[in-house]
Design a protein around this ligand. Structure first.
Ligand SMILES: [Zn+2]
Ligand SMILES: [Zn+2]
Length: 371
């Protein structure tokens, strides 16, 4: 029997004496695809027909015109098969990921792992059985979600994770690893972050947080209102949440300067055994306005130019330094305003002009303001 031998293994065998039907497998990227080619009685390749399994059909759908053309031009069946292999390699490379269908043992393994993990921990699984959402509850009763994306070669290939955590989540993946291992590791991570979240919960409940508008469990920054147009931006370290955080005071100079000097003088008083909020109060010698004592509207004054509080994601953080004025503006609004005035002048990246409210000197940086 004559066979068509290719460079790398694929074999097509004629199924009849007339050699009008060939059948066999073509191997691309470690996958075997069943192929059958039927030729007309005159064995003209031009009129040959390619039959393939549904997976192959789906993969080659977009390449039909190319394949037809190759069929017309190939000198013999062997060289056409080589062309087909090349096209298939391209098609496999370009296919969307989810088209790859994992082998049957993938599903049986997944079900077994979910059994041992406990179905109550599974919040969601997609129809392809590759994206899972697992639930984890921390010691203060907060629910957290870990999204696990399994690869078609799972468990031989490590999954990918996303979680609403302030630190990257990773698991050392071995062949013995299972979903239960991932989940256990996730719970351990939640425990390690419990203190971080309790520090932030205290801030969120007891103060007016201007930014972020709706903090997520991954957010480490809080901009806390201190008074009218004065705020402090703190960056809590998830691993050392009770230590003195990175602080940045924002507001008019005459208000911010004394606070800044208190922060510098009293920094040594910071006591990690107390809460961050208590420490901030002690170091700055202030009380924070809280939802119990103040309306938010009294602390977050709108921009004096566009009359809104939020401009895209920015809040009005440029403040007129004149103590009697203290009007806040968005950086972008103030920049546009000053640039339009003939009396303003620009030096490097700073525009010098007059406050639209009190006409006292005011400056704004052209680049996005980072403090
Ligand atoms: Zn504005
Ligand atoms: Zn002013």
């Amino acid at each position: 029997m004559e066979t068509l031998l290719m460079k790398e293994s694929p074999l097509l065998l004629p199924l009849n004496k007339q050699k009008t039907v060939y059948d066999g497998f073509i191997t691309v990227q470690d996958r075997d695809f069943r192929v059958r080619i039927s030729l007309p009685p005159d064995l003209q390749l031009k009129r040959a027909k390619l039959h393939c399994c549904w997976q192959l059909k789906r993969l080659l759908k977009a390449y039909q015109p190319i394949l037809k053309q190759r069929l017309q031009r190939s000198s013999d069946l062997g060289s056409f098969i080589l062309e087909l292999k090349t096209v298939l390699e391209v098609a496999l490379k370009n296919r969307p990921d989810h088209v790859t269908i994992p082998p049957p043992q993938y599903y049986s393994q997944l079900i077994a792992e979910l059994e041992s993990l406990g179905w109550d921990k599974l919040l969601f699984i997609d129809t392809e059985f590759c994206t899972l959402r697992l639930k984890g509850v921390d010691s203060s009763g907060h629910e957290h979600v870990l999204t696990v994306k399994l690869k078609p070669k799972y468990p031989f290939e490590a999954p990918e994770y996303t979680a609403d955590l302030p630190v990257p989540f990773s698991v050392t993946w071995t062949l013995q690893s299972t979903l239960a291992h991932i989940h256990k590791r996730f719970l351990a991570e939640l425990e390690g972050l419990a203190e971080f979240w309790s520090v932030l919960d205290e801030i969120d409940v007891q103060t007016w947080v201007l930014e972020p508008e709706k903090p997520s469990r991954a957010d480490t920054m809080r901009r806390i209102a201190i008074g009218n147009n004065v705020s402090i931006k703190v960056e809590i370290d998830p691993r050392h949440p009770r230590m003195l955080p990175d602080c940045c005071l924002l507001g008019a100079e005459h208000v911010v300067t004394p606070l800044r000097s208190k922060l510098n003088t009293n920094m040594h008083l910071w006591n990690p055994d107390c809460g961050v909020l208590q420490n901030l109060k002690d170091v700055l010698e202030i009380e924070f306005p809280s939802p119990a004592t103040h309306e938010k509207s009294s602390l977050s004054t709108e921009c004096g130019i566009c009359y809104s509080f939020r401009l895209e994601s920015a809040i009005p953080d440029q403040v007129c330094n004149d103590p009697r004025c203290g009007q806040p503006f968005h950086q972008a609004c103030l920049y546009e305003w000053l640039r339009g005035l003939p009396t303003s002048r620009q030096s490097f990246n700073t525009v010098f002009g007059e406050c639209p409210y009190c006409s006292k000197p005011i400056t704004v940086k052209t680049a996005v303001h980072k403090q």
